[in-house]
Design a protein around this ligand. Structure first.
Ligand code: UDP
Length: 243
């Protein structure tokens, strides 16, 4: 399929139009940002690794009945996706306390959260992606109450499937961020990406709190061996079969 002009360039991906108006091409970049793009760098081969990981996870979730925008991986760092209107929310699911939850509440790192926590953040870099309350979500009219209920249910279902998937890879899914979109037909689809950029993943074979980190926290905290961590996630994810 012919690739047309870039429609949008984000921090980790470039989105191109294709000859089919319903299909877009997502190209994954090696560039990495953290702390609302105040920290910038590159993680060698990240584009290829995240594209492979996300493609596999989207295929797995589709097989589990979670509708998502993935169509096909068309190059090592490119996938075709269904065009959706992105809902400007970052939906975070947490199984253990980490990151901003620890910073803002004082809960100890790694504390198990049962049931898992679902949080909505406004996807707006200029405002620093603030955490929303239910009332603020309603006030902003970003999504209807029905859509919010459906997104929450989908996020929890994704968590159930991915937690099991990663556990079978010897990895703990600590927390992750999802984005959703509306298809042309008004259907809510899981969108964006699922990768070590958007998930906290801990290697169950390591007890050392730094060595066990297999995700972008290695970049955020300058822990080194970032490429090796992403490669290990990719190798274990791709080795996990899809039913
Ligand atoms: N996350 C993300 N993009 C963001 C913010 C968070 O992918 O813009 C992911 C992050 O990698 C983690 C989860 O969402 O897996 C929860 O992040 P948290 O709120 O703890 O923020 P952080 O500590 O990264 O500032």
């Amino acid at each position: 399929m012919t690739q047309l002009s870039p429609l949008y360039e984000g921090k980790a991906k470039i989105i191109y139009a294709t000859a089919d108006p319903e299909i877009l091409l997502a190209e994954f970049k090696d560039e990495a940002t953290a702390f609302n793009a105040q920290k910038r760098g590159a993680i060698q081969n990240k584009g290829v690794m995240n594209c492979a990981i996300a493609s596999h996870l989207f295929r797995y979730l589709a097989a589990q009945g979670i509708p998502n925008h993935f169509i096909a991986q068309v190059a090592p760092n490119q996938m075709h996706i269904r065009r959706v209107e992105i809902i400007p929310l970052e939906v975070v699911v947490r199984n253990r306390a980490a990151g901003s939850l620890c910073r803002q509440t004082g809960l100890p790192l790694g504390l198990e959260l049962n049931p898992p926590l679902v949080e909505f953040y406004l996807k707006n870099d200029a405002l620093g992606d603030p955490l929303l309350t239910g009332d603020r979500l309603r006030l902003l009219q970003i999504a209807t109450d029905e859509e919010v209920a459906q997104i929450t249910q989908m996020a929890l279902a994704v968590n159930t499937h991915l937690s099991r998937f990663f556990a079978e890879c010897g990895i703990t899914l600590v927390d992750f961020k999802l984005e959703f979109g509306r298809s042309q037909r008004g259907e809510i689809l899981l969108a964006d990406e699922i990768s070590p950029d958007s998930c906290r993943l801990w290697n169950q074979e390591e007890t050392d709190p730094e060595k066990r980190i297999l995700d972008k926290d290695r970049f955020r905290q300058d822990l080194g061996a970032i490429e090796e961590a992403y490669a290990l996630v990719m190798q274990r994810v791709l080795a996990h079969s899809i039913p």
